[in-house]
Design a protein around this ligand. Sequence first.
Ligand SMILES: C[S@@+](CC[C@H](N)C(=O)[O-])C[C@H]1O[C@@H](n2cnc3c(N)ncnc32)[C@H](O)[C@@H]1O
Length: 288
Amino acid sequence: MGADDPIRLHAAGRVSAEVALARLILNGHDPETLAAHILSAGNAALARIAGARGDGLRRLKALLDGSGLHHGVADADPAAAIAAVRTAFDRAVAASPEASVAAYSLGDGDLLRQATGEIVCWLDGLGVLRPDTDMLDFGCGIGRIAAAVAPHVRSVLGLDLSPAMIGTARRRAALPNLRFATTAGADLADQPDARFALILAVDSFPYLFGAGRDCAQRHMADFARIVRPGGAITILNLSYRGPAEDLADARAWAAAHRLTLAVAGATPFALWDGRAFLWRKPDPRDGG
Ligand SMILES: C[S@@+](CC[C@H](N)C(=O)[O-])C[C@H]1O[C@@H](n2cnc3c(N)ncnc32)[C@H](O)[C@@H]1O
């Protein structure tokens, strides 16, 4: 059992039970024997949760088997990698909308709402949700974040690579200040300068890295261009590499685009172990 074994990470208080269980399934464990495996590793409490969450574990396994979706869908050819991610998410959302955007929800709507609430509360605490905020939800999936922030902001544009995700978002999050559209996946060249006060990307950037670091860098350059002076860019999970590589990129991007790195890899959530980065774009009118 290595140091990054999910059972060990959970026992050390570093990931929630749900994240540990989802990771064990992502690592290829069989839902039918998972509780026994965890028990044999000496964690009776987690084994009990695995037993109680049997349906969710089977749902996640079926989603992964049916979609081909796993951490790091990658291809040497960026266009082929983007196409593979599109197909994988189109299939995943058909299998389980909730698990397709957050494996640790195990397809449970209540768990997903709880996780979403933590993210919205964190954003609110940073003062980035305001009645005059126009926001971009990049890689918006089924629109769960857009729907949850809708009462707090002026507008949200949700963009996603997957047409099935966008179709689901339009059905599930049909609110007057939300709009959803597909994006081609290579960059955001079609978005006008200084359009958004807040750009949020929740667990979508790792898939850009799957299409090559250039794809991630191009999106970040576009984020820096389309965010307003005085605005903020938040990426939750930059990649599935490691904290040191993510921090190095976050600092390099701040320097390259004249942004201030205000949150540098924190893990502020109880349910999800997403790693948070936030850059602010100085406003020259404030002397920034
Ligand atoms: C794990 S899901 C997260 C969805 C949503 N942000 C949430 O947290 O509920 C990742 C999403 O990123 C989208 N995605 C992946 N690559 C993308 C790209 N190149 N451009 C736009 N969206 C992308 C996927 O289609 C998927 O909906």
